[in-house]
Design a protein around this ligand. Structure first.
Ligand SMILES: *[C@@H]1O[C@H](CO)[C@@H](O)[C@H](O)[C@H]1NC(C)=O
Ligand SMILES: *[C@@H]1O[C@H](CO)[C@@H](O)[C@H](O)[C@H]1NC(C)=O
Ligand SMILES: *[C@@H]1O[C@H](CO)[C@@H](O)[C@H](O)[C@H]1NC(C)=O
Ligand SMILES: *[C@@H]1O[C@H](CO)[C@@H](O)[C@H](O)[C@H]1NC(C)=O
Length: 518
């Protein structure tokens, strides 16, 4: 069985030093079209939020699918068309095939965000309050790193007293034909606002996603200041989805944390924040580029301050998502809890792989994330290819450490049969070895995840499942693993370890510690 979703590089990128770890811009959208009036041309790039009015779902094996139709608190969209993928009755036998009540019209009238004037408008400016300032930025990597990018945006909004305007997730690594998924379909936004004390809105609440209006906006170009290879702002599909024609001003050189250093792309949150305040903005103004459609030449906007790309934003140093102090985690991403529907589906999945009834209480478990696949490109330190990734014996040692720590900390015994392996490994012998250790496999092909929920879900559900256990064993340098680790630690007071790799015995820590102490 292949794990196609991991193959799409798991949406996270290695944080390896001395290398360009920047993902290529998403190929989702073509370069800006001549005019937005040609509906057909725009179709592949248009976001279509469908209102789910399906009459009857003849087959729903997981109750959660119908739960998905419950509308979010104040967001005007029930769900994207991804969830309307309804498998045919013959597609998969259900152990409990009940026909749920038809869902007639799940969308109810919902009030708009208090940080906007009203429901989404054709032009975004018509919905901005004159007593509120906003901040926005775009995504341009795989999903997990895009989660980090939006968290950085929200943190920057917090420290600049601006309302972050967050976009959708576009499917750069899972196939350009996959419809995007809303931030609030993945994360529990009302809970986030309550727990973090940070207000935010989504672009769909600001501007009607079906609007044909192309709005002009002046933005800061950070990308060209922090790296030296691309002489243009970072590309992103989001401005196209929103309908924005951008004029960019290159940010001043002091924006870059380490001047003239090509291997680091960080600009600190406070350097970025300076541009969001009138005096420093004024001093930093330069020559804006001409927007591609309307040929508008605009200084960076003050009402809706805009940055091209914030993935590389940091508080004090790059790669600090792993650090305890990281404010973008502690104050923002920590409060980005999964949408309750995702948690429910993940619970059902865990029960399924453990052969437990769907309605059983989800048992304590440990997840392993063994990312191989494209990490094979980072094996230059390994003498032989098979030395690059840690052997399962090393992974098992980490699992045992996590088991032991959970036992000590919480008094819970998690047996080897409650260990879930998530991996993009294709080698069947390796999987046989996984099985021989008593571990189970999260096999989205067998579980028909794509057919049931769409192509976003194998990836997102793995993340939800990894972050919902008492223990986690991840792959060192994987940002996907880093987020799961932090969630397990901070959400569940759990235990986590990272397995090092890249050369023979890279994770042989016991031995190494012994040598060091000698
Ligand atoms: C089917 O669902 C019912 C009610 O939720 C439950 O009691 C029963 O055990 C389920 N059967 C199977 C085979 O899962
Ligand atoms: C701000 O907007 C309110 C209505 O939304 C309006 O009454 C008021 O005059 C506006 N203030 C300014 C300074 O434009
Ligand atoms: C987490 O575990 C530690 C160590 O056993 C314990 O002292 C602490 O109370 C726990 N915290 C929570 C929030 O459960
Ligand atoms: C598959 O995995 C096994 C065990 O991990 C290993 O010995 C073997 O060389 C692998 N085969 C390939 C083709 O990589």
């Amino acid at each position: 069985m292949k794990e196609a979703h991991h193959n799409r590089s798991q949406s996270s990128l290695p944080l390896l030093p001395v290398a360009d770890n920047s993902p290529p811009p998403s190929p989702l959208c073509p370069p800006r079209l001549k005019s937005r009036s040609t509906v057909l041309e725009l179709l592949p790039c248009r976001r279509r939020f469908l209102v789910l009015t399906c009459a009857s779902l003849s087959f729903v094996s997981l109750v959660a699918l119908s739960l998905l139709t419950v509308s979010r608190s104040y967001s005007p969209f029930a769900l994207s068309d991804v969830a309307t993928v309804v498998p045919s009755p013959s597609a998969a036998p259900s152990p409990n095939a009940t026909v749920p009540e038809p869902v007639v019209d799940a969308v109810v009238e919902v009030p708009h965000s208090p940080y906007l004037l009203g429901p989404p408008t054709a032009s975004f400016r018509d919905n901005l309050r004159n007593d509120t300032k906003y901040i926005t930025s775009w995504i341009s990597a795989g999903w997990n790193n895009d989660v980090m990018t939006y968290a950085n945006l929200i943190y920057l909004g917090k420290i600049t007293d601006r309302i972050p305007v967050v976009g959708i997730f576009t499917p750069s690594h899972i196939g350009g034909d996959v419809p995007p998924i809303a931030f609030s379909e993945v994360f529990d936004v009302p809970r986030f606002i309550k727990d973090s004390g940070i207000n935010m809105v989504e672009w769909d609440e600001v501007k009607d996603p079906d609007s044909e209006v192309l709005d002009d906006l002046g933005c800061w170009n950070i990308w060209e200041t922090v790296q030296y290879y691309e002489h243009f702002p970072r590309g992103s599909p989001i401005p196209d989805w929103v309908g924005l024609d951008l004029s960019y001003t290159r940010a001043p050189d002091w924006m870059k944390l380490i001047p003239n250093y090509e291997h680091d792309k960080c600009s600190t949150f406070w350097a970025l924040a300076r541009l969001a305040y009138p005096e420093d903005r004024q001093r930093a103004l330069g020559t804006p580029t001409t927007s591609p459609q309307h040929h508008a030449v605009l200084d960076p906007d003050e009402h809706m301050v805009c940055y091209d790309y914030l993935y590389y934003a940091c508080a004090q140093q790059s790669g600090e998502w792993e650090s305890e102090y990281a404010p973008q985690w502690r104050e923002v991403a920590k409060h980005m809890r999964w949408h309750p529907d995702l948690e429910r589906i993940a619970g059902l999945y865990v029960n399924r792989v453990f052969d437990l009834p769907d309605d059983a209480e989800v048992p304590p478990y440990i997840t392993v994330h063994a990312r191989h696949g494209d990490f094979g490109d980072w094996c230059w330190q390994a003498e032989k290819p098979e030395d690059c990734f840690a052997p399962l014996s090393a992974v098992e040692l980490r699992v045992r450490e996590v088991q032991e720590e959970i036992r000590q900390k919480k008094g819970i015994d998690i047996p080897m049969s409650r260990v879930i392996m998530t991996s993009d490994e294709k080698n069947q012998t390796w999987w046989d070895d996984v099985k021989a250790r008593g571990w189970v496999r999260m096999d989205h092909e067998a579980l028909r995840t794509v057919e049931r929920y769409g192509r976003w879900y194998p990836l997102i559900l793995d993340s939800v499942i990894q972050s919902s256990g008492h223990g986690f064993v991840g792959t060192d340098l994987s940002t996907f693993s880093i987020l799961s680790k932090r969630r397990v630690l901070d959400w569940h007071n759990g235990s986590a370890r990272m397995v090092r790799w890249g050369f023979k015995e890279a994770d042989a820590h016991r031995k190494r510690m012994l040598l060091e102490s000698e």
